[in-house]
Design a protein around this ligand. Structure first.
Ligand code: HEM
Ligand code: NAG
Ligand code: NAG
Ligand code: NAG
Length: 324
C-alpha cells in the first residue's frame, strides 16, 4: 500500500523528470559564464586547425555520451566501463580536447560549466568548423558521477546493424527513423577502422564492386584491423550531403550506412537529402538538438553511485556548491 510520503516522493521524481528537458536553455550561462561559447569555439578552432578529424571525433563523442544515460558526460569517466565498452574502446577520441577546453573554461568561470555542456558545444563547433550547419545549443546539463558499460554495449548501434535494429536503437532514445537517417550522415566526416567495415566489403551484396575492391586494398581479409579509411571517400573531412549520393551509388562504407538505402523505408529520404543539401543541414541541426535533449541531469538532479574519476571532469559542478 503506497503511503503519502512515498506518493510525494514519486510525484517529486515525476515532476523532476518532466521538467528536466524544459530546463535546458541557450542562455543558461548568460550571467554565470558569459564567454563560455567563445572559449569553446576558440579551443575547438585551435584543435581542428591542428587536426581536422578532431571536429568529427567530438561530434561522435557527444553522440556516444548521449545514448548512454543521457547527455551527462558519463563517457568521460574512467570507471564504470562505459569509456572502455566495445563501441568506445580504441574508437572514440577527443578526451584530451575536452580536458583542454574545460581547463580554459575553469580559468574564466571556476566551478560553473559542466563537461556535458562543453561536449554539446564542442560537437556543434566541430561540425560547423568542418562546414556543417550551426545551431544554438540549449545548455544547463549537470555531470554524472556514474557511468555504465553494459548500457553502452546495449545502446550504441553496431556497424553490422540492420535497418530495423538501427530504427529500434534510436527509438529507444526517443528519436525517429528520419532522425536516425539524417544523423547517420555525420559519417560525411571522419574515419573508420578496417575492423568496422571488413564484413561489408568482403561479404555484402549491396555494394558497388569497384568501391569494394578499392576498400579491400586498405583493409585485408585479415590483419590491419586498425587501418583507417575516410567514411566519405569523396570529400573526407568536409561536412556535406555527398554521403547520401554515396549511398545511392552503393558506396556506403559501413553496413549500417548502406542499410539506409537498401530498398527500405529510408530510401526516399536519402534521395531527398541528396538533392536538397539545405534541407539536410536544417534537419541535421534540429536532430542534434534532440540528441542533446536526451535525459539530461538538470538543476540539483544527481546521478551518482560513488565518485568515479576522469582527470579534470571528475569533480562535478554540483559538488562545488553551485547548483544554479
Ligand atoms: C546509425 C548508427 C551508427 C553506427 C552503427 C555508427 C558506427 C560508427 C562506426 C563503426 C564508426 C567507426 C569507429 C571506429 O573506426 O572505431 C563511426 C565513426 C563515426 N561516427 Fe558513427 N555510427 C552511427 C551513428 C552516428 C551518429 C548519429 C553520429 C553523430 C551524430 C556519428 C558520428 C560519427 C563520426 C563523426 C565518426 C568518425 C569519428 C572519427 O573520425 O573520430 N555516428 N560510427
Ligand atoms: C542573455 O543575454 C542576451 C544578450 O546579452 C540577452 O539578449 C538575453 O535577454 C539574456 N537572456 C537571459 C535569460 O538573461
Ligand atoms: C547499467 O545498465 C543496466 C542496463 O543495461 C542496468 O540494469 C544497471 O542497473 C545499470 N547500472 C548502473 C550502475 O546504473
Ligand atoms: C564472410 O562470411 C563468411 C560466412 O558467413 C564468414 O565465414 C567470413 O568470415 C566472412 N568474411 C569476412 C571478411 O567477414
Amino acid at each position: 500500500m503506497a503511503n503519502p510520503t512515498l506518493m510525494r516522493c514519486l510525484l517529486a521524481v515525476a515532476l523532476l523528470s518532466s521538467v528536466a528537458h524544459a530546463q535546458l536553455s541557450t542562455t543558461f550561462y548568460n550571467a554565470s559564464c558569459h564567454s563560455v561559447e567563445d572559449i569553446v569555439w576558440a579551443e575547438m578552432k585551435l584543435a581542428v586547425n591542428k587536426e581536422r578529424r578532431t571536429g568529427a571525433s567530438l561530434l561522435r563523442l557527444f553522440f556516444h555520451d548521449c545514448f548512454v544515460q543521457g547527455c551527462d558526460a558519463s563517457i568521460l569517466l574512467d570507471d564504470g566501463g562505459e569509456k572502455s565498452a566495445g563501441p568506445n574502446a580504441d574508437s572514440v577520441r577527443g578526451f584530451d580536447v575536452i580536458d583542454t577546453i574545460k581547463a580554459s573554461v575553469e580559468k574564466k568561470c571556476p566551478g560553473v560549466v559542466s563537461c556535458a555542456d562543453i561536449l554539446a558545444l564542442a560537437a556543434r563547433d566541430g561540425t560547423f568548423l568542418l562546414g556543417g550547419p550551426f545551431w544554438d545549443v540549449p545548455l544547463g546539463r549537470r555531470d554524472s558521477t556514474t557511468a555504465n558499460g553494459s548500457l553502452a554495449n546495449a545502446n550504441l548501434p553496431a556497424a553490422g546493424s540492420s535497418l530495423k535494429a538501427l530504427i529500434a536503437s534510436f527509438a529507444k532514445q526517443g528519436l525517429s527513423a528520419s532522425d536516425m537517417t539524417v544523423l547517420s550522415a555525420a559519417h560525411t566526416i571522419g574515419l573508420a577502422r578496417c575492423t568496422t567495415f571488413r564484413d561489408r566489403i568482403y561479404n555484402d551484396s549491396n555494394i558497388d564492386a569497384a568501391f569494394a575492391s578499392q576498400q579491400q586494398q586498405m583493409c585485408p581479409q585479415s590483419g590491419d584491423d586498425n587501418s583507417l579509411v575516410p567514411m566519405d571517400v569523396k570529400t573526407p573531412m568536409k561536412f556535406d550531403s555527398v554521403y547520401f549520393q554515396n549511398l545511392m551509388d552503393r558506396r556506403g562504407l559501413l553496413h549500417s550506412d548502406q542499410e539506409l538505402f537498401s530498398g527500405g523505408s529510408q530510401d526516399a529520404l536519402v534521395r531527398q537529402y541528396s538533392s536538397n543539401p539545405a534541407l539536410f543541414r536544417d534537419d541535421f541541426a534540429r536532430a542534434m538538438i534532440k540528441v542533446g535533449n536526451i535525459n539530461p541531469l538538470t538543476g540539483v538532479q544527481r546521478r551518482t553511485h560513488g565518485v568515479l574519476k576522469h582527470s579534470i571532469c571528475s569533480v562535478p559542478i554540483f559538488q562545488k556548491g553551485k547548483p544554479a
